[in-house]
Design a protein around this ligand. Structure first.
Ligand code: NAP
Length: 483
């Protein structure tokens, strides 16, 4: 059967627009072209930012109740088209339909939390009289939107990570221009459809599609872009940071997250969580479990249970309800992973399970004895490969866990509270999950990393803080005044 190829439009300044050039979007499972999407030029992107800025400045203050109503309306629209959104995520990306449905449900939640946070954009009174000579002054600060925000998003959560930028940006009263990943632009365009239907004011949300390398600089260097909120890999992150100049930056980058399992842990629970954390979304998850450090006394049993559970995973058709793991986003990524695994094997690693590629599919793979000098140990795999290693003590596990340039999340399994606190205080990461794998997050909590894993925090409330700035007001009165 011939697949119908969608002719998509971009959303700019409240209009659905085409461009002279288009690019193809593929289903990574079979390389079928599923859509033709407008390819925005750098000049066009600059004009979109100009119009976003005009829209922002034309509304002197966008009332909070309208922001709430628009964000809630978008959430409701997505809820009432839940399956269509899930199908699109699973079609253009590499998630299974079950994972895609989970992402749509989370997206609705992210937007609803954003609508609530719009209510909490608050300030405080300031005790100016704490300074001698300021007894007759009083005032406060309140939070003010910062202007146009550029939101640059990756492929692996193509809807919810857009919501994590658009929701807080609009909650704070900003205008936002989204540049989604070129391999998965359709989910972001559907997000624009939801906001369009919900009545977002023209110019407050635009979604421009096209190559990050070609149009990225026009977005990042535009003087009217006041903040860049980027989620993606370190290379693009470095390039954006170099180009941005004096702009506010939020960077959500990658990791190679560790999990520590002590002898006193519930081993079955640790195995279940770690297998899920390693292979969800075919390992293409910034929180994915990559390196597991198991205390010596449990190591052999952990290995056996881990491989047993990994063997149960069904790899195959993304759109099937029975599939646990789909393909990588592109065949070239599966080839890269194959090379990294081979390099580790050549350096002495053992493959306990998997290690085979078929097109864009790579088996869930378990490795042991990987030398720490290997790329697969130091870098982010972003694929379905996990490394198991034995350690003697918590101190050793923490040292090994910290011995990389990344630090997003870590998981620690132990029933000993002292051990847990040792890990909490000594791991160099943005979040420690005790008795969970690194792959645990709720959309409201502060979320972000240390070292090469990022800059700033996302999570709706934190993002609203980052996307607004305090403005101080001070009244000088004729009489002394005290709070
Ligand atoms: P990527 O290749 O870095 O791309 C991310 C986005 O940046 C895409 O929209 C891309 O556009 C754009 N881009 C690339 N070069 C650019 C430039 N010079 N200027 C402006 N924009 C540019 O990342 P990905 O492969 O899509 O996503 C995987 C990475 O994201 C992993 O490292 C993962 O850990 C990270 N991630 C982090 C988090 C977190 O919250 N910490 C969450 C999810 C993913 P094109 O697609 O057109 O190239």
């Amino acid at each position: 059967m011939q697949t119908q190829v969608l002719s998509a439009k971009m959303y700019a300044d409240g209009e659905w627009v085409s461009q002279p050039e288009t690019f193809d979007v593929f289903d990574p499972q079979n390389n079928e072209v599923i859509a033709k999407v407008p390819k925005a030029s750098a000049a066009y992107v600059a004009s979109v930012v100009d119009r976003a800025s005009e829209a922002f400045h034309s509304i002197s203050s966008w009332p909070t109740h309208e922001r709430i109503s628009v964000i809630r309306g978008a959430a409701e629209y997505i809820e009432s088209h839940h399956e269509r959104f899930a199908y699109t995520i699973a079609r253009e990306g590499s998630k299974t339909i079950t994972e895609a449905r989970g992402e749509v449900t989370r997206t609705i939640q992210t937007l609803r939390i954003s609508a609530e946070e719009a209510r909490r954009v608050k300030g405080e009174t300031i005790n100016f009289d704490q300074k001698e000579g300021s007894e007759n002054r009083t005032g406060y600060y309140f939070r003010f939107p910062i202007g146009v925000i550029a939101a640059i998003t990756p492929f692996n959560d193509p809807l919810n990570l857009v919501a994590h930028k658009v929701g807080p940006a609009l909650a704070g009263g900003n205008a936002v221009v989204v540049k989604p990943a070129s391999v998965t632009p359709l989910s972001a365009l559907m997000m624009a459809e939801a906001f369009d239907q919900a009545g977002v004011p023209a110019g407050f949300l635009s979604v421009v599609t096209g190559s990050g390398r070609e149009l990225g600089d026009a977005l990042v260097t535009h003087p009217e872009v006041k903040m860049i909120s980027f989620t993606g890999g370190s290379n693009a992150g470095d390039r954006i940071a170099d180009k941005a100049g004096r702009k506010k930056l939020a960077m959500e980058l990658g990791s190679n997250s560790p999990v520590i399992v002590m002898d006193d842990a519930d081993l079955h629970d640790a195995v279940k969580s770690s297998v899920s954390g390693a292979f969800a979304a075919a390992g293409q998850n910034c929180l994915g479990v990559q390196r597991v450090f198991v205390q010596q006394g449990s190591y052999e049993q952990f290995l056996e249970l881990f491989v047993e559970r990994t063997k149960e995973l069904q790899v195959g058709d993304k759109q099937s309800e029975w599939t646990d793991m789909g393909p990588l986003i592109e065949e070239k990524e599966a080839i890269r992973i194959e090379e990294w695994v081979q390099e580790a094997v050549d350096a002495g690693a053992r493959i306990l399970h998997g290690g085979k590629r078929d097109g864009a599919f790579y088996d869930p793979t378990v490795l042991a004895d990987v030398p720490s000098s290997c790329r697969i140990y130091q870098e982010e795999i972003f694929g379905p490969v996990v490394l198991l290693e034995s350690v003697e003590t918590m101190q050793e596990a923490v040292t090994r866990a910290n011995d990389v340039d990344y630090g997003l999340h870590a998981g620690v399994f132990t029933s000993n509270i002292d051990q847990a606190f040792y890990a909490v205080h000594h791991l160099h990461v943005g979040g420690v999950m005790v008795n969970d794998s690194s792959d645990y997050r709720i959309d409201e909590m502060p979320f972000g990393g240390t070292k090469q894993s990022g800059l700033g925090r996302e999570g709706v409330a934190s993002a609203v803080q980052e996307m607004t700035e305090p403005r101080v007001v001070c009244f000088k009165l004729t009489q002394p005044w005290s709070l």
